[in-house]
Ligand binder design. Structure first.
Ligand code: LHQ
Length: 261
């Protein structure tokens, strides 16, 4: 059986490819386990300074594998177990990872697949890709952070439209609604996302981690609290070797050689 997730490291970038193309890369238990291991390695390994997440085949990810559970009988399932054990830790880990995650959405991203994509830090989508909050279509509620991220990125009206109707949102609209960073021609997606991730992997990794923390905290902080947080994070950034190198390179009019330290 092919591995449901492919992981490799190139030029400081950990490339994670969801690899169940015949199921549009829907999540099963094995994928969750492997994804968890990959992210733990991304966090611990200093040689990894950025992550690139994408999907094999024509889809990015169709969310939870709906064929994994036998629902032919009357048995009721407590879905909070799956959410609490797999999806919530995954999204929490992605957001807290002190390294940038680039997502190359190569095709349809549905259900939890859409919201895992939106949990990444820089989301690029192929022009033919789409995002579907498919949950209500099967009688469920958006999960994997969808109800948090959608109103913040797109506003309540659009978030509710997406969540209640479960309609397909094309990549161009996703970009113009502010859900993602940019749209790229299909045949250029992987090259462009890879170049972006490699650029980030050669950047000031510690500062990137602090920037993620600051922006996530801003969602609930007052301006006062956020100003204090910026002060504290800037203090931390100011002690890094990369800050010294950044200033030295500026003064010497050369390209900075950041080491991620
Ligand atoms: C699939 C799936 C899939 C299995 C396509 N599973 N096979 C959390 C916790 C616990 C429980 C439940 O959920 C959650 C979170 C969630 O993610 S809920 C939302 C789950 N996802 C969906 O409801 C999306 C289901 N998929 C679709 O609506 C369509 O496949 C989309 C719109 C994504 C793509 O449509 P098409 O391009 O027309 O492709 P297709 O439907 O023909 O799919 C291709 C194959 O992939 C097909 O298999 P087959 O053997 O017929 O070729 C599908 O059955 C399979 N597939 N999604 N989630």
């Amino acid at each position: 059986m092919p591995q449901p997730i492919l992981v490799s490291v190139e030029a400081g970038v950990q490339i994670i490819t969801l690899n169940r193309p015949e199921r549009l890369n829907a999540f099963n238990l094995e994928m969750h386990g492997l994804l968890r291991e990959a992210l733990a390695r991304a966090e611990d390994d200093d040689a990894i300074r950025a992550v690139l997440l994408t999907g094999a085949g024509r889809g990015f990810c169709a969310g939870q594998d709906l064929s994994e559970r036998d629902m032919s009988g009357d048995a009721a399932f407590d879905l909070s177990v799956t959410i609490g054990t797999h999806y919530n830790p995954l999204v929490r880990h992605m957001r807290a990872l002190p390294k940038p995650i680039v997502c190359a959405v190569n095709g349809v991203a549905a259900g939890a697949g859409a919201n895992v994509a939106l949990a990444c830090d820089l989301v690029l989508a192929a022009r033919s890709a789409s995002f579907i909050q498919a949950f209500a279509r099967i009688g469920l509620v958006p999960d994997s952070g969808g109800t948090w991220v959608l109103p913040r990125l797109a506003g309540r009206a659009r978030a509710l439209g997406l969540a209640l109707l479960g309609d397909k949102l094309g990549a161009e609209d996703a970009a113009s609604w502010g859900l993602i960073w940019k749209v790229v021609d299909d045949d250029k997606l992987i090259a462009e996302a890879g170049a972006l991730a490699r650029g980030l992997a050669a950047g000031p990794t510690r500062a990137y981690g602090l920037i993620k923390r600051a922006l996530d905290a801003s969602a609930t902080n007052s301006l006062d609290a956020q100003l204090d947080l910026e002060r504290d994070l800037q203090r931390e950034a100011g002690f890094t070797a990369d800050y010294r190198e950044g200033v030295a390179a500026f003064v010497q009019k050369r390209k900075a050689q950041f080491k991620g330290k």
